[in-house]
Design a protein around this ligand. Structure first.
Ligand code: ZN
Length: 400
């Protein structure tokens, strides 16, 4: 057993820490959603269930039980990959901030600066900007990509004790959903600013953002925020909401909530937290409904209950994880890449296209970019199979 496999076993077996609501601290929660994850690591298949709870007292949506801190540490240290982020996200975030802070700001500090793109973009607009990042890999990427020196370390009490500097604006972008204690995190982040805090998180209000359901719920995200639960988290940390933005999404990208908070008054107590549980229930129920519509659309297209999937890439990984193929037997996965032949995905063998020679199967083409090309080649080489394009024939049932 290699190191990666061991890490994966540790993750899949460690979703066992029952937690209380991270906003109001109470223990009244109900199951809002559950998702089965499966992942092949070194030809070994791992499957586990993630449960998403809704707090009945404040509406916070959070993973419960959660993985242990040790597991999270191994995960971020080894398995999670750092990828380059397009500068257009940082540009859009700064455009938002410039629009909602009419009096302007001079200095900013990015907590969780990742590859440094935001800091670099802010500096190019004339702001005094710096950032802190926990991942050594990301810090190295910032140096290599931009010649930028980010501070390397974990954000928390120890860091703040040494810091002794404040900024007009502190940004916390795509960090809060990874934490276990958002109120504690925001309270600490607030201590770094005299005025504003900028938060951006994935937007669960628009969870069904893409055609493939359930991509939204990710292994690394322990918390799922709505505008309501962000308002509550901010209030508990002594901040008030100045502005929200839910910008339009681009296909395949996570929808986000942007939120500008202002330091104002003292932190509110648990008794002042507003109950948004009705809203949260409605969000997850609409999500489950859309997912059910998709499952039925797929079933109608595959009446025999058996399918061969063409394409062993990301789209198929999502599709197999999504649960929308429930009740359908995936006979095999076909891909033209010889290096994949003999491997498995979610326990299903990957075969060469030649395996379709004597088959009369329904073939679901699970690729976005290459679907036309695959469809043409199937018609030419294997005219007896019933080829269906996942993207424009199945999923468009939802978006007529
Ligand atoms: Zn709560």
């Amino acid at each position: 057993m290699n190191d990666l496999t061991r890490k994966f076993i540790s993750w899949s077996q460690s979703l066992n820490e029952e937690v209380v609501c991270p906003i109001c601290g109470r223990e009244n929660y109900e199951l809002g959603h559950q998702k089965t994850f499966s992942q092949t690591v070194q030809s070994q298949e791992f499957t586990w269930m993630m449960k998403v709870a809704i707090c009945q007292d404040c509406g916070m949506i959070f993973v419960n039980p959660q993985p242990s801190d040790e597991t999270l540490e191994v995960w971020y240290g080894g398995y999670s990959k750092v990828e380059e982020v397009s500068p257009r996200f940082s540009r859009a975030q700064l455009d938002f901030l410039e629009a909602v802070i009419p009096e302007g700001f001079c200095s900013l500090f990015d907590v969780g600066a990742y590859d440094g793109t935001f800091v670099v973009e802010a500096r190019s607009r004339g702001y005094k900007a710096g950032g802190l990042e926990a991942s050594a890999q990301a810090v190295a990427m910032a140096r290599q990509r931009y010649g930028l020196n980010l501070e390397h370390g974990y954000f928390g009490a120890d860091y703040l004790a040494e810091k002794g500097e404040t900024y007009d604006l502190v940004s916390v972008r795509h960090v809060l959903e990874h934490t276990k204690d958002p109120v504690g995190f925001l309270t600490q982040a607030t201590s770094l600013t005299d005025r504003y805090l900028f938060v951006e998180v994935p937007d669960i209000e628009r969870a069904f953002f893409d055609n493939l359901s359930d991509i939204f719920f990710s292994l690394e995200h322990l918390l799922y925020f709505t505008r309501g639960s962000l308002t509550n988290s901010a209030a508990r940390a002594g901040m008030k909401v100045v502005a929200f933005d839910q910008p339009p999404t681009v296909k395949g990208e996570l929808p986000v909530i942007r939120c500008l908070l202002r330091k104002e008054g003292s932190p509110c107590g648990v008794e002042d937290v507003v109950n948004f549980s009705e809203e949260s229930r409605a969000i997850l129920s609409a999500y489950r409904q859309k997912r059910e519509t998709l499952t039925q659309a797929i079933r109608r297209k595959i009446p025999t209950g058996e399918v061969v999937i063409y394409g062993a890439g990301m789209h198929t990984a999502y599709l197999l994880q999504s649960g929308v193929l429930e009740g359908i037997r995936v006979v095999s996965i076909v891909d033209s890449n010889p290096s994949l032949h003999g491997e498995t995905m979610a326990g299903v063998k990957i075969l060469p296209p030649g395996s379709l020679t004597d088959s009369t199967a329904t073939v679901l083409i699970s690729s976005y970019a290459a679907q036309e090309e695959i469809c043409r080649s199937l018609r030419e080489c294997y005219p007896q199979v019933n080829a269906i394009r996942l993207y424009d024939e199945v999923l468009d049932y939802l978006y007529p």
